[in-house]
Ligand binder design. Structure first.
Ligand code: PMV
Length: 311
């Protein structure tokens, strides 16, 4: 029996995609680093059944019924786009804990697309579609997943998905797990709700200006300026959440503790982590590889469980 396997990394955005339009069209450009240790694996195999079916890969947790429907409905879309009429068993699983509050939609939709593209090439006896076309297909399932196709730094702006040059040292993402409960507001719902915030006006302009500054700072290897842009962006996105109608927020008590620690560290020592937060309570510290041990010690002393991934 033929099986097609693929795996794809998660990514963490420093400039966030938030406030999407129909079809996962981004309102503003976003920029992220891939997280090579946090991956989703997918295996596809042909089945003689009337419809596609999903199963967890061994040892993996099951998707919720809603998550499974969303995943299979995107897979149907992929099969249509790739002219695949066969029915498949779709097996998938993450190598990172589901309760760590890490977004898995980017890695899971990217891996599913990669596996489908492989299956198409082999079944049809053609060469595989190019990576950018695959990323564009994946974007229809989850916007942020298109950035998981290009490593380590990727920018997505309208129809363009491309690598971003950087003179920064290799960075490691240390994730401070501030809460492990599941989100009350999904990121799909957050995308809709931020549009009701009075602060949404001007958001696209603010994000684009910040993105240009961030790219310049990355090119120059200016870690402090990268940290400043990332800090401003995290507050910009979360302020949209806090001022939507009705408002919502993701911060847990530990989130503020971690943010205050980062701010004090910069203030007192003139250096510190590049800090960001996704649509969740956990705080991401991006730090140079050479300083990982120092930061890991500090974070553990603060009382946080920590997860770790390079790019
Ligand atoms: O791809 P989605 O629809 O799950 O949206 C991702 C939104 C954020 O993770 C909050 C930001 C981003 O750009 O990754």
């Amino acid at each position: 029996m033929n099986t097609w396997k693929a795996s794809a990394p998660a990514n963490i955005a420093l400039i966030k995609y938030m406030g999407k339009e129909e079809g996962n069209v981004s309102t503003n450009a976003s920029l992220s680093m891939t997280l090579s240790s946090f991956t989703t694996s997918v295996e596809l195999s042909l089945i003689e059944e009337n419809d596609h079916r999903w199963e967890p890969l061994s040892q993996s947790l099951s998707l919720t019924p809603k998550g499974r429907d969303r995943y299979l409905s995107f897979f149907r879309f992929l099969c249509e786009q790739l002219s695949l009429n066969q029915k498949f068993l779709v097996r998938s699983g993450n190598n990172f804990p589901a309760d760590a509050g890490l977004a898995s939609s980017a890695s899971s939709f990217a891996a599913l697309t990669m596996a489908a593209v492989q299956a198409q090439a082999e079944i049809k006896g053609t060469s595989q579609i190019d990576i950018l076309s695959a990323a564009k297909l994946s974007r229809k399932g989850s916007g942020s997943s298109c950035r998981s196709f290009i490593s380590p730094w990727c920018r997505w702006e309208n129809e363009e998905i491309r690598a971003v040059p950087s003179s920064l040292p290799p960075l490691v993402d240390l994730v401070l797990v501030a809460a492990d409960e599941s989100k009350k507001v999904t990121s799909s719902s957050a995308h809709q709700r931020v549009r009701t915030s009075a602060l949404f006006e001007g958001r696209v302009e603010r994000a684009s200006i910040r993105l240009r500054k961030l790219e310049d700072a990355m090119k120059a290897g200016n870690l402090q300026q990268v940290a400043e842009e990332s800090w401003a962006e995290l507050w910009d996105m979360h302020s949209l959440f806090h001022t939507s109608q009705p408002p919502f927020f993701y911060f847990a008590p530990g989130t503020m503790k971690a943010l205050r620690w980062a701010e004090d560290h910069w203030e007192e020592k003139g250096r510190g982590p590049i800090t960001t937060i996704d649509a969740g309570p956990n705080v991401h510290f991006l730090v140079p590889q050479a300083e990982v041990e120092y930061y890991r010690r500090e974070i553990t002393a603060l009382g946080f469980p920590v997860l770790e991934s390079g790019s």
